[in-house]
Design a protein around this ligand. Structure first.
Ligand SMILES: [Zn+2]
Length: 495
């Protein structure tokens, strides 16, 4: 989530901003005639092909063909594991860092790219041998001393040092590595991982992570996943190691450095670690509420995809929260229950089932927002139908019924209000069409079928049609891709 304000109809009426050329260049989804909602042909290279060492080695692509972020991710390999080490000094923002990436070639590779916008690269090796490298914009282009055969597993090591800084994008704001008054925090959606480590920076290539962070004694380090043993202090500097074994998209890895009040417990087999920046008076029930929300969500969405839960309350000054894996970051204070529900629902919708293309962002935000509606409905609050009706009553000139549309908002409108609100309304329209039985079956099948993977809008349409036996193409088309107020879905005839 990139807004902390409750998403209400009024909040949708923000000024239209210009659509960047990158968004215009993206392939538009089919919205006319009877064409199906087809997946674009350019798919991220995530599956390893069988080894065919005889195939000629060619350069890996500089991007995976994302509609909105053409340079994000890289072709020709599948990243399997990142082992990242940072020695960081908050006062100067200086880092001494090493990134070791284990990857598998998916083509014969004469050279390959990593996405990296961080400080000066000192050295790159591939399988222990020095490799040539150059930088071009956000690309770190690596030429190994000898070509890599298709299917070959290899190990890249990149050493770099200098000052870390985040990304400041005109349309998307500040993200990536964000310095704070007492440390730093990482919130990388959509493509900010490149600000602090060389990555295959697209949700289409998930990997496991080990993160080792050394900071001045007295500061605490948190990250996604679980801590490995107690921290150790030597020569006035403290080192912490965190790992996450489940597949993790690069934009969802977080690290937080600072002075925190930390709470730790175990809840139904899950390690719960919450941390609140010392700037805030108390944790306001975040720890217990997070466990309660995950327990509820597991019943509605299916088994929780990870081994730990939690949350980090920071003073990052960016004005939004982000569903960083296992442990969302909440900026500016203790979150409301609704915001906890939203960010923890993302662990299923967005983190485990990630968008194959950033154009499908509504699959993240529509479902996470709808989770808020469901929580309210099941905890004595407003029924989802009542909330839907309230939004639906918005007049024809309301921003909800006009561009940016949730199914293809454009790169600069990735976090537009309609992606959230009309996205959630689309989920509810689906519920109206399917009836509760099939709808709640759909939620669980969606999260299990695509667990730890990526999916597209067309995949959701196919699954919903398979479960219900109904033609849902018109519903998806009108709610996601067409200007104007969609007609209400035909309720499922009672059986
Ligand atoms: Zn969200």
């Amino acid at each position: 989530m990139r807004v902390t304000l409750p998403v209400v109809v009024a909040a949708v009426a923000t000024a239209l901003s210009l659509v960047a050329p990158a968004a215009v260049a993206g392939a538009a989804p089919p919205v006319t005639g009877s064409a199906r909602l087809a997946a674009p042909s350019a798919a991220p290279a995530t599956s390893a092909a069988p080894a065919t060492p005889a195939a000629p080695a060619t350069p890996g692509a500089a991007g995976v063909g994302d509609s909105y972020f053409p340079n994000a991710g890289n072709g020709g390999y599948d990243a399997l594991h990142y082992d990242l080490a940072f020695d960081y000094t908050p006062g100067t923002r200086a880092v001494e860092a090493t990134a070791v990436i284990r990857a598998k070639a998916t083509q014969g590779l004469s050279r390959f790219n990593l996405d990296f916008d961080g400080p000066a690269v000192k050295r790159v090796t591939v399988d222990g041998r020095a490799a040539a490298f150059r930088r071009e914009g956000q690309e770190l282009i690596v030429t190994p001393s000898r070509p890599l055969g298709n299917g070959r597993e290899f190990r890249v090591e990149v050493a770099y040092s200098g000052a870390l800084k985040g990304i400041h994008d005109k349309a998307l704001g500040r993200y990536g590595w964000l310095p704070t008054s007492d440390g730093a925090v990482v919130m990388s959606e959509p493509d900010g991982a490149r600000s602090f480590f060389p990555a295959n920076d697209h949700p289409g290539d998930k990997a496991s992570y080990r993160v080792r962070v050394t900071v001045p004694k007295g500061l605490t380090v948190l990250a996604s996943g679980e801590p490995q043993g107690p921290e150790s202090t030597r020569g006035g500097r403290t080192t912490s190691v965190w790992t996450i074994d489940e597949p993790t998209a690069s934009y969802l890895l977080t690290i937080a450095i600072g002075k925190f009040k930390v709470k730790r417990s175990r809840s139904k087999g899950l390690l719960n670690i919450t941390a609140v920046d010392a700037a805030f008076a108390d944790e306001g029930g975040l720890h217990a509420r997070t466990a309660q929300v995950v327990d509820w969500a597991g019943k509605v969405f299916g088994p929780y995809p990870y081994s730990s839960i939690g949350g980090i309350v920071e003073a990052a000054g960016v004005g939004y929260a982000l569903e960083t894996q296992t442990r969302p970051v909440y900026d500016g204070g203790v979150p409301s229950t609704s915001l906890i529900v939203h960010e923890m629902a993302h662990q299923w919708f967005g983190n485990s089932v990630s968008p194959a293309d950033w154009r499908d962002i509504w699959l993240n935000e529509g479902f996470a927002t709808y989770a808020e509606w469901l929580w309210a409905e099941q905890h004595g609050g407003e029924r989802a139908q009542v909330r839907f009706d309230r939004y639906y009553a918005a007049p024809d000139d309301n921003k909800l019924w006009h561009k940016p549309l949730p199914g293809d908002p454009g790169r600069d409108e990735l976090f537009a209000g309609s992606v959230y609100t009309r996205g959630a309304m689309t989920v509810h329209a689906l519920r109206m069409a399917l009836g509760d039985g099939d709808f709640f079956t759909l939620l669980k099948q969606w999260t299990s079928k695509h667990a730890h993977g990526v999916a597209r809008t067309a995949d959701l349409l196919a699954l919903a049609e398979q479960i219900s036996g109904r033609d849902l193409d018109p519903l998806f088309r009108s709610w996601l891709y067409t200007e104007g107020k969609p007609s209400l879905p035909e309720a499922r005839p009672s059986m």
